[in-house]
Write a protein that binds this ligand. Sequence first.
Ligand code: DON
Length: 307
Amino acid sequence: MRTPVPDYLAEVLDGVVADRSGRVADYIPDLADADPEVLGVAVTTVAGRTYAAGDADVEFSIQSISKPFAYAAALTDRGTEVVDATVGVEPSGEAFDELSLEGGTHRPKNPMINAGAIAVHHLLVGPDATGAARVERVVDFFSELAGRRLTVDESVYRSELDTADRNLAIAHMLRNYRVLSEPAAEVVDGYTRQCAVNVTVRDLAMMGATLANAGVHPVTGRRVLPAAVARRTMSVMAGSGMYDGAGDWLVRVGIPAKSGVAGGMLGALPGQLGLATVSPRLDAHGNSVRGVAICERLSRDMGMHLM
Ligand code: DON
């Protein structure tokens, strides 16, 4: 008899639960309080069917997994030309919180590192948008993708903003190079709220499935973003979503993906499915240890590797 999918997913979780290596992120004080044993997985097909196991309803902050979706929103709002003039699409080969600007243009190398994501956040809505309008845009957009109303975790937001010196320094450098046209503190405030939106793995799997489904929401059938934007977003995730671990990831798992420091991971397999995991202990690249192991197993068992 074939094993039902949820049983299979539970077995995949059993296979990684003993791995207690890695460390919970503590540079944002609130994240250090996360339960390190949280472990969940969800898969949503482009037909709109979700399978989940473990802590699939536990909320955590989206953190850097917000970056591909904010990039998609900025591309939709401002068009490729404006976005390309502000941020590149090349892997940085450096950690997520390095400045990683291109020589000459001073554009951040890609939208997945903090420098690029801060620059992308400031492009949202339009040139005259207020900080509040930019935040509203991302929260509304993430909510539409997830299929339920999402909210900012005020405690995570405040905790990160209190310790945001590095992102503020990055934003000031971007402003110095005229990449940012808005005050650094205002943009970092909005970017920090964007990262503090609470999600579950079910939400992320649905968001990933919408990318995989060329921008059409698998359940509502609504076109949430243009197909070309979904393709570009997944392309950039493939090259830079796992930061300086991106090459290794592409070889071992072989699908576009994005990690976040709260322990979430998102994958999108074009034309097939979105997948998400949560487990807060991170490896040296800032990627979830068990999340990477789960994705490797799923990729192997389901033949997900694109190459
Ligand atoms: O800006 C930061 O440092 C966090 N809000 C997000 C960083 C993050 O999630 C990196 N991912 N692995």
